[in-house]
Write a protein that binds this ligand. Structure first.
Ligand SMILES: CC(C)(COP(=O)(O)OP(=O)(O)OC[C@H]1O[C@@H](n2cnc3c(N)ncnc32)[C@H](O)[C@@H]1OP(=O)(O)O)[C@@H](O)C(=O)NCCC(=O)NCCS
Length: 119
């Protein structure tokens, strides 16, 4: 709860296997501004990468942001060397806007790619 307040997390889902309930990862919408713009973030356990789970869960969260939260635009900040995340976000229709060199990436310095898409 404290983490949710600190990061202004509006919606956070734990993602689990339907059959067994095994935990796979998380998807969240944070930093909503004016009921219009939100940030999307996600994290999956490494043993579950490359199986399409992130794609399925992030797609569902994008639909939720559009149909339930009524947001009009989403953005994602991604470390520029995070090829898997960039592949995923581009597959989901986000547009590359720019790399922000040596930015504050959750408390450490990194080159951050900014992606955005309308809903
Ligand atoms: C970023 C991250 C979520 C991507 O996860 P992922 O498992 O690579 O993403 P997907 O679920 O979309 O899997 C895609 C791969 O699964 C394959 N796949 C297998 N079965 C699939 C299916 N049924 N449907 C879709 N894709 C499938 C795809 O072909 C694709 O492989 P490819 O990359 O070789 O083309 C994951 O690497 C991660 O959690 N990283 C650590 C945290 C992180 O970096 N978060 C982002 C911070 S910005």
């Amino acid at each position: 709860m404290t983490r949710m307040i600190r990061h202004r997390i509006e919606t956070a889902w734990a993602v689990a296997l339907k059959d067994t309930g095994e935990y796979l990862g998380e998807v969240e919408i944070t930093n909503i501004v004016d009921g219009y713009l939100g940030e999307i973030g996600y994290m999956f356990l490494q043993e579950h990468w490359g199986k399409g789970f992130a794609n399925e869960a992030v797609t569902a969260m994008i639909e939720y942001a559009q149909n339930v939260l009524n947001l009009k635009r989403l953005y994602a900040d991604i470390e520029n060397k995070n090829g898997r995340s960039i592949k995923l976000i581009e597959k989901l229709g986000f547009e590359f806007i720019a790399v922000l060199p040596e930015s504050n990436f959750y408390g450490r310095i990194a080159d951050v790619a900014y992606y955005s898409r309308t809903l």
